[in-house]
Design a protein around this ligand. Structure first.
Ligand SMILES: *Cc1c(COP(=O)(O)O)cnc(C)c1O
Length: 236
């Protein structure tokens, strides 16, 4: 059995080799350890290995973890990213506990997060989730909706739009993976004309990290390769 510490080292090595291949700096890509469904002890182990950025998908579970690690060693360095689907009646605990939200798929959610962000917290850092395959069944904005959504969010006081996120359709070949990620990167470049502060592309998971990094990813979201397979039996 490999340990969480070894797994993190391995993923960091993989990021370093992927960035080297395309002439980027290794530290231009942040590793987000996706800890959904995993126990506090697993996160603790990752923290002891020196890793501080975690992604969670479920509101209640995520909030419990954020609260657990508040006032512990390293709590000031910890970064909590919400990356799961968001129901509009669940925005308040997200606004109150997380540092980043990757999964904004409609302006209404952004507006609620801005209204509910506590006054004494730094602005919530947000990404628009984009449906790069235009499949009706997938969540996310389509490309044509991005300019208006970005313009609306730019007016909101307590959130800061930082970029785009996508979970593309599974593709096993590098070229199709790259094409979907490249399209997201191009969409952000276009938005940057009006929103020059945009600097974050959350794209790439275990199976498609190399293509995502070649296309410009700045955050890769890795769960299984760090924490092992997930057990969803209590999530029905
Ligand atoms: C679960 C999840 C991941 C991590 O997936 P793995 O296959 O375990 O690496 C990344 N991004 C999102 C949005 C997820 O929900």
């Amino acid at each position: 059995m490999s340990s969480i510490k070894q797994n993190i080292e391995q993923v960091i090595t993989q990021i370093a080799s992927a960035t080297e291949k395309c002439g980027r700096d290794a530290d231009s890509v942040q590793l987000l350890a996706v800890s959904k469904t995993k126990p506090i002890a697993a996160i603790q182990e990752a923290i002891e290995a020196g890793h501080f950025a975690f992604g969670e998908n479920y509101v209640q579970e995520g909030v419990e973890k954020v609260q657990h690690f508040r006032d512990t060693d390293h709590s000031a360095a910890l970064q909590w990213h919400f990356i799961g689907p968001i129901q509009s009646n669940k925005t308040r605990p997200i606004a109150e506990h997380f540092d980043w939200v990757h999964s904004i798929d409609r302006v209404k959610i952004a507006r609620r997060l801005s209204e509910q962000r506590p006054a004494n917290s730094a602005p919530l850092q947000v990404l628009l989730q984009v449906n790069t395959s235009n499949e009706a069944s997938k969540s996310g904005l389509i490309f044509a909706e991005l300019p208006q959504a970005a313009a609306d969010i730019a007016q909101m006081p307590n959130i800061e739009l930082r970029g785009l996120m996508s979970i593309p359709e599974k593709a096993n070949d590098y070229d199709s993976q790259f094409a979907a990620f490249h399209a997201l990167a191009e969409a952000m470049n276009t938005l940057k004309a009006d929103h020059p502060q945009l600097d974050t592309l959350s794209m790439g998971m275990s199976g498609d990290m190399d293509a995502a990094i070649a296309a410009g990813s700045t955050i890769v979201r890795i769960g299984t390769a760090i924490f092992g397979a997930r057990d969803y039996s209590n999530k029905a």
